[in-house]
Design a protein around this ligand. Sequence first.
Ligand code: 5GP
Ligand code: MN
Length: 335
Amino acid sequence: MGVDDRRGSVVGGTVATPEEVAARLKDERKVLIAVHENPDGDALGSLSALGQVFDDLGCSWKGYVPGRAPLPSEYLFLPGLDRVARGELPPSPGTLYTLDCASVERFGPEGLQSRFCVNIDHHPDNPHFGDVNLVDPTASSTTQVLYDVFRAGGFPITKAIGTALYVGIVTDTGRFQYSNTTAAAHRMAADLQDMGVDVHDVYRRVYESTPVSKMMLKIRAFETMRFLLDGALAVAVLRVQDFEDTAAQESHTEGIIDGIRTVAGIRVAALFREKLVGGASEFRVSLRSTDGSVDVSEVAHIWGGGGHVRAAGYTIRADVEEAVAALKKEIETRL
Ligand code: 5GP
Ligand code: MN
């Protein structure tokens, strides 16, 4: 199968069980672990947890996060993130493990470059682009999928590994409050706490360490909030100027959408972030469906993005008002 054939729709490499992936981990000697651009707590928690397990198994590894924007500071306490390469996909003779990547495009425009790829994820629209795929859409986070793998392999889960797994699940479930919060997610959290994870310490590090720039950017975003379609659609926009004025980075936008969606009556929340690419405006858009009645992944797919029914994203190159109007039109037909 050619690399390009693995882009796009479901193409179906081998589907593996947690046991099969665990057996594979034991055989690895050198690997590259990649997560998606603008990584969140689940992506970085997954990378850290798998990296630590590879250390324990005597496998040499390197991490990779596409792009050059600084990693979100609240996750830098996780072990191994200092071994993450940035920019171009680095050369590596070993297996490529992609974590929390819903599609090949999510971890870089260069694609897989003919590497042997093990794809571990929980996004329902993941097209199984790997040679080996462990994609569990019932898992609340990719760290939950990894937790299954580690248990299947009988790998010791140290406090530090458990902490990385916990960061993934606490952030992807919105602190155990989003609709993807299953009983299994709570059980995993309870197990990890039994194994020594200090949940209050994680809370302090992840949620009470907001940089001032991030707070100022959030205020800017809230000031731009617009309520469209009789209040069913809320939109906030961050321009390049807002990032400059507050000295904020793209990673500082994480969590803003969670504030937007809290207003009564909203069914879809959207956050637009402007980026200048070759002098032209481009917008990264995050979408959230509050009650699940509008499938936002379907909307994101229109512009080549993706995600889940209740959380999705895409990139659009357009004037901001055109981009907002186009979104409004798509939401309107789905209300
Ligand atoms: P966020 O708004 O937090 O960036 O993304 C929300 C969800 O949508 C995440 O699960 C993320 O993986 C997915 N997502 C965001 N942007 C894209 C995109 O451009 N392509 C795809 N396939 N998924 C995306
Ligand atoms: Mn995730």
